[in-house]
Design a protein around this ligand. Structure first.
Ligand SMILES: NC(=O)c1ccc[n+]([C@@H]2O[C@H](COP(=O)([O-])OP(=O)(O)OC[C@H]3O[C@@H](n4cnc5c(N)ncnc54)[C@H](O)[C@@H]3O)[C@@H](O)[C@H]2O)c1
Length: 249
């Protein structure tokens, strides 16, 4: 199995893309620590998969320390970290409050920084590891009404490269993943009520919205030794969304 012997901590894994990655990881032999702030959903998923669950608000330095210590005590040193937790906030630049901006940055950007920093020592102890940072196509191009989200996802893309340069000598690889529109609660409830997300896919090269499993397969590749020579890279999973530009159509 592709993740035999790996110990993985995945953030925001109670649902959506994080949950899909947890499923894939367990199926491929990893010991998985599911973390989230949705404790009931996270515990339920962990029980179903034979994984473990730990509460982790990624914006909290103290909770990172506790989650890493608990994971190491439960499974041994961490060899895979998936910084997946994230939130979306739609508002026009002129209407975005400082509190909303800082909330998005605190979770998406600071959470990713704290996560990478928290596992370095454990990964060095294990003589290597793989960090997968979930950015977005909004880490590659600007999207109106997503100023905080876009800023946080560009920051993740940049931090990934810094970490890759610093940690490569220790056998730790760091890559970013850039999903396009993926059918998860983040998108389907973005307007405060459930919506049909399928029309979003119509303009894409592949003519469909992505599924959480489409991203999980790429995250699996980056977590596994199949990607042994990949670091500092940007892996787009977007059905072709960024293959074109705004003049098309
Ligand atoms: N769905 C998309 O179209 C899309 C596209 C590009 C990137 N992404 C990114 O993919 C990642 C996963 O999102 P998703 O689509 O599965 O959405 P989702 O809303 O289904 O899942 C996000 C998870 O993060 C958790 N979370 C939120 N705040 C947290 C916090 N402070 N600490 C820990 N966990 C927290 C949520 O409880 C949830 O389980 C996010 O980083 C998101 O920005 C999503």
């Amino acid at each position: 199995m592709r993740l035999d012997g790996k110990v993985a901590l995945i953030t925001g894994a109670a649902r959506g893309q994080g949950a899909a990655a947890a499923r894939r990881f367990v199926a491929e032999g990893a010991r998985v620590m599911i973390t989230d702030v949705l404790d009931d959903q996270g515990k339920e998923l962990a029980a179903e998969l034979g994984a473990e669950y730990c509460h982790l608000d990624v914006s909290s330095e103290d909770e990172w320390a506790d989650a890493v210590a608990f994971t190491v005590a439960t499974f041994g040193d961490i060899t895979v970290l998936v910084n997946n937790a994230g939130i979306l906030h739609f508002s026009a630049l002129a209407d975005t409050t400082l509190a909303d901006y800082q909330r998005v940055i605190g979770i998406n950007q600071v959470g990713t920084f704290l996560g990478m920093r928290a596992v370095v020592s454990s990964m060095k102890q294990a003589a290597g590891g793989s960090i997968v940072n979930v950015s977005s196509v909004e880490g590659l191009g600007g999207m109106p009404y997503l100023v905080a989200y876009t800023a946080s996802k560009f920051a993740i893309r940049g931090m990934t490269k810094v970490a890759a340069m610093e940690l490569g000598q220790h056998g730790i690889r760091v890559n970013s993943v850039h999903p396009g529109a993926i059918d998860t609660p983040m998108v389907s409830t973005a307007l405060g009520r459930p919506i049909d997300v399928s029309p979003i896919g119509k303009k894409l090269a592949l003519r469909r919205i992505g599924q959480p499993e489409d991203v999980a397969n790429v995250v699996l590749f980056l977590a596994s030794d199949d990607s042994a020579y990949c670091t500092g890279g940007e892996f787009v999973v977007d059905g072709g969304a960024t293959a074109t530009h705004a003049l098309n159509g």
